[in-house]
Design a protein around this ligand. Structure first.
Ligand code: FES
Length: 263
């Protein structure tokens, strides 16, 4: 038994995200902003902090690894390295020293996406600090989403907006990349601008989406929506439960509903 394991006789509990300590659950020590707390070993950092008495007014949003509100930096005992993660996704470890960084004060340029010239020079002008990058790769090491941050920064320096947009697609705007940057770049804001330009000006429009929007604007679905609005809660629930659904394992593009009036 390591020195971190509880000495009392306790049964293992299934890994989960429970804020109520199940009978027999083991607890481990963690340090939040320097203060020690005993928390169930199965919890995420976010749940463990709530278990310890913290209340998140900021620094928590989706709780599902999407919104980027809960970036956390931590060290492990006896390890010189800094680790980065999302509090809602990272499970606690014995003697981790952690601090929340829900906001990082990085520069964000002002622009109107409808009025800008969709070229790399626009990004270079709005974010000249892009060229302060020294390619140290600390940004990539800090990213809790595994985004190759340095690669998209390099792509933008070379003027490749599409490549930068694609590489940065999983960015959740948490700002941890910026917190470690020797050149003081706001990587995540720069990538967001690249994705906005790509989405508005470069990526081909989806024809099926344009078609469907035109159909909606023409009033094709107004009658159906009016019917829904007149239904009671019970009728809506029944309708929803009995709706025709695509089989889970249907090969792509092969399934057609019986009612094709709205296709
Ligand atoms: S709370 Fe949204 S990513 Fe963690």
């Amino acid at each position: 038994m390591s020195k971190h394991e509880c000495k009392c006789t306790q049964k293992q509990v299934a890994t989960g995200d429970r804020a109520i300590l199940p009978e027999g659950a083991r607890t481990i020590p963690i340090y939040v902003m320097g203060k020690r707390y005993e928390v169930p070993e199965t919890l995420t950092i976010m749940k463990a902090m709530e278990y310890a008495g913290f209340k998140f007014l900021r620094g928590a949003g989706c709780r599902g690894g999407i919104c980027g509100a809960c970036p956390t930096v931590y060290r492990k005992e006896g390890d010189y390295k800094l680790y980065f993660g999302l509090a809602c996704q990272t499970v606690v470890e014995p003697n981790m020293y952690l601090a929340q960084i829900p906001f990082y004060p990085a520069n964000r340029a002002a622009y109107e996406i409808d009025r800008i010239e969709p070229v790399a020079e626009t990004i270079h002008a709005l974010y000249p600090e892009l060229f302060r990058c020294v390619a140290c790769n600390n940004c990539t090491k800090a990213c809790p989403m595994g985004v190759e941050v340095l690669d998209y920064i390099s792509a933008l320096k070379q003027g490749d907006i599409a490549r930068a947009a694609q590489i940065s697609f999983d960015c959740i705007q948490c700002g941890l990349c910026s917190s470690r940057c020797m050149g003081e770049l706001p990587q995540y804001h720069i990538a967001q601008l690249a994705r906005r330009i790509y989405g508005k000006y470069i990526q081909p429009n989806a024809e099926h989406l344009e078609k469907r929007v035109k159909e909606i604007e023409s009033g094709r679905y107004d009658g159906m929506l009016d019917n829904f609005q007149e239904m009671s809660h019970a009728e809506l629930e029944k309708f929803y439960k009995e709706r025709e659904r695509e089989p889970d394992m249907a090969p792509n593009g092969t399934w057609v509903p019986k009612d094709t009036q709205y296709l």
